[in-house]
Design a protein around this ligand. Sequence first.
Ligand code: S5P
Length: 492
Amino acid sequence: MAAGSGSSNNFDEQLVLDLFDVEAVKFGTFTLKSGLTSPIYLDLRVIVSYPKLLDRVAKAMWDASTKEDADGTPPATDFQHMCGVPYTALPIATVMSMHHETSMVMRRKEVKDYGTKKAIEGAYKPDDVVLVVEDLVTSGMSVWETVEPLQHHKLAVKDVVVLIDRQQGGRAFLKSRGLVLHAALTITGILDVLVAHKKVTPEVQQSVLDFIAANQNTTGNKVAEAPPKWLAQSYGTRAKSAKCPAAANLLELMERKKTNLCASLDVTTSAELLKLAEEVGPQVCCVKTHCDVVSDWTEATGAELQRLAKAHDFVVFEDRKFADIGNTAALQYECGLHKISSWSDFVNAHITPGPFVIDALKGVKGAGACLLLAEMSSKGTVATGDAYVKSALDMADAHPDFVMGFIDQTPKNWKCAKDVDPGYVHMTPGISLASKGDKVGQQYTTPHMAIVDNGADVVIVGRGIYGASDAKSASAEYREAGWKAYEARLQM
Ligand code: S5P
């Protein structure tokens, strides 16, 4: 029996037939979580109810990870621990662990306070090698969500073993992140077995192959293409080409201080704000404020913030998000209780009023610089699409001395990414190492995803820092995660 490409030497026909019998592999019309209609459905959760099958699955996966594959993939690098991706792969990893007396570590899915370091449970030490165990791989994203926290806790991950490779780009995606995929079974191999045993018709086989070909995660392949210019350049190099002095200053600062972390200190009293700025100051390149949530703001608050900025070498960004006609925006920038232009290094503006809002802000006495909101992190935002991003870019390009960059989410994936001037700074909010979102629409990604996968330069972290029990150490952790991701990006 010809095994599908990427399958192991010991392609196990009986295992395929058993999986089919317990309906872990089903054919029909299924609506996936993504909304796509699929002719095949894999539900490997059912395996826990069949101990003998669970045992065989564990054996097949151990073989796949410790022997050379038919396609020449070498055995996994020696590992000290295995980590099953919650939940389906946890019992599989447990059985593998029992058979081979190999230690496991466990990644917690929900971690309340990242600073407690309880994200990874088990007995391990830095540089221990972990084999990640997953039931199946599609795009590779779910595996990556387990790999990233392991690496953050200084564990080395080099190999991933799955029962089934859906052959939808996961292998290339993981490879682009330095990981080798070992698969006991592949979809093409499974189909070959089931057609040979007359369990499915050649027509069904073809429809599944067509579905797989049409639904590929190409992120792994995209990485191999020429990246947008700014991704391959250091902050220092880009500082030299920046047309806006505030962008040059921030990029230089990031290079000098080795931090790309912006702390968003969204607290409601001056005392809390200044205490936090003092605590996190040594770790950040920027402190972001919302002065209008501070109940006792005075001129002294702004002045003290600037003193701390000088003492700790960071810049101050007031997140005012101007969105009115030019005349009003200019008044809001210069006047009122907050006199924002007198103490902030830069501000930001929505593009909805059109380009004159930039002219107006630029004309204010003491004006610093401005970021434009090209994308937002909140669920359901209507600021989306290529046309919206293109408008932001056009507005920036018309004022390159005053617009220092963008608040954005996925600049690397913008259609126009290759043409974006590397002198712009990309600042990305919606960053957390522990949470996926809040109850009012915030959506989080990790520093690594933001910087490596989405092209951010600066990660903006709010509650992940000021909401932690120890803001100082939380800021140090985010700083380390952000800088490591930037260094990894430069290596790609
Ligand atoms: O799209 C955006 C733009 C901004 S500036 N999404 C955001 O979350 N922000 C700001 O970033 C937001 O106003 C808040 O100050 C910070 C994120 O805070 P966190 O607590 O969710 O990390």
